[in-house]
Structure formats: C-alpha cells, structure tokens
Ligand binder design. Structure first.
Ligand SMILES: C[S@@+](CC[C@H](N)C(=O)[O-])C[C@H]1O[C@@H](n2cnc3c(N)ncnc32)[C@H](O)[C@@H]1O
Length: 223
C-alpha cells in the first residue's frame, strides 16, 4: 500500500493485476489512484470467484476483514464499504492470462500505467530464463515510463495449500534484481522481509518476501 499515491507516488489511468487468483486485497489501495483496473487469472474458477465478488453474490468470498485493515492503514477504518464500492466500480474486466503463452492476454490490451502481480510468476516459470521472459512480455503491456510492482516469496521451491503441493521457482534477491535489469527495467526499489516464523517449514521452504517496484524506460536505449 505504501507504493501507491500519496505515499509512494504511483498512480495513473489503467492498472493490470496479473494472476490475481480469487483475491482482491492487492487492489484495495490501488483502486483509489487508478481510473480503471483490469484483473486476471489463468484459472477459470478463480475468475469466477472474482466475478462473484463483483456482483455481490452471496456465495462470494468475504474480503471485509482485509478491506477494514487496509482502511485502518490508510487512516479511516469506517470507509471500508465505500472502498469496496470504489473497487467494484473500477474493475472493468476480468480476463484470462497466461504467463507462458506467447501473448499473456489473448485479447487486445490498452497500454497500462502500472502492472502488479502477487505470488504468481514463480509458479508457472520453471527457470530463470522463463521468469525473465515473462518480465519482458509484461513490459510490452506498459506505457513508456509505466510501473511494474511484483511481490512474492524468496528462496522457495515448494508450497502446500490443503493437500496439494505446488512447485515454485526458487529466486534470491540477487536473481530478482538481475532478472529485472536483464528484462530492460529500471529498478526503483526492492524491499525484502525475512520470514520471522520458521515453524511450519513443511508448508513452504521460503525464507522471506520481496517486493520490487520498477519502471519501463521512457525511451528505447540506442546502443
Ligand atoms: C499463489 S496464487 C496467487 C494469487 C494472488 N495473486 C494472491 O496474491 O493471493 C498463484 C496464481 O498464479 C496463477 N497461475 C498459475 N499458472 C499461471 C500462468 N501460466 N499464468 C498466469 N497465472 C498463472 C494461478 O491460477 C494462481 O491464481
């Protein structure tokens, strides 16, 4: 939440959320500073969950706990209903995305001011080359000078949800920084938070979180 205006200065017209899963928590601050939000996920069942939340379907996931918390961080817990309404109004599309496809979206996309992606890219990417490749493809979705904000976990090779175990590309902070540079971004900031609880390692072997904010250069560099 500190990345977005007024604290971090990031704002604009169009925001893309890549690989949102069934979740909206990552858009709760952003919805105040973007006019239009395109959210997306690879799986149909996740996109259905997002549509349910948008339609206020009684079977939709309940995000009110998260909304109240974000409002509290922003200084006014009482405005949570207004914030949910703002977010519902600003999400204009729920699209299918695929990090491994030649084009991440199979429909024409408007150039975005910002793209965010949380806990997503390391699952489909099998190696560093694939991670750099998707970063390059995501850059094509941005306006010159556009922002990219990726948040995920570090040095993680697997994670469990319920009885399922998911593979995960294990990246160090150094790998992340090198990949963004290799993909042609200008890094604004990278933050790392070490994992404080080292119990429950059977659920995931990650040792921390990273959050990187980078920009597509304004102009193509001529070598
Ligand atoms: C751990 S979830 C993260 C969801 C959400 N962004 C969050 O922060 O909770 C990983 C997401 O990656 C998506 N995913 C898996 N393969 C993908 C692919 N090839 N392209 C894009 N997203 C993919 C999954 O559908 C899933 O929603």
């Amino acid at each position: 939440y500190t990345v977005f205006y007024p604290l971090g200065g990031v704002k604009g017209d169009i925001l893309i959320d890549f690989g949102a899963g069934p979740t909206i928590y990552q858009l709760l601050s952003a919805c105040e500073v973007f006019n239009s939000i395109i959210t997306s996920d690879f799986l149909e069942q996740n996109r259905e969950q997002l549509e349910k939340w948008l339609k206020k379907d009684p079977a939709a996931l309940d995000w009110t706990h998260f909304t109240k918390y974000v409002c509290e961080l922003e200084g006014n817990r009482d405005t949570w209903e207004k914030k949910e309404e703002t977010l519902r109004r600003k999400i204009t599309k729920v699209l299918k995305c695929d990090a491994l496809a030649e084009k991440p979206f199979d429909v024409p996309m408007p150039a975005a001011d910002c793209l965010i992606s949380c806990l997503c890219l390391e699952s489909p990417c099998q190696d560093l080359e694939a991670y750099i490749n998707i970063l390059k493809k995501l850059k094509e979705l941005l306006k010159p000078g556009g922002h990219i904000i990726i948040q995920s976990i570090l040095n993680c090779s697997y994670y469990h949800i319920g009885n399922s175990c998911f593979p995960h590309l294990s990246l160090s902070k150094d790998d992340v920084e090198k990949s963004f540079k290799e993909a042609g971004y200008e890094i604004v900031n990278i933050k790392v938070l070490q994992r404080s609880v080292i119990s429950e390692m059977e659920k995931s072997d990650s040792n921390g979180y990273y959050s990187i904010h980078a920009r597509k250069p304004q102009r193509v560099r001529l070598h």
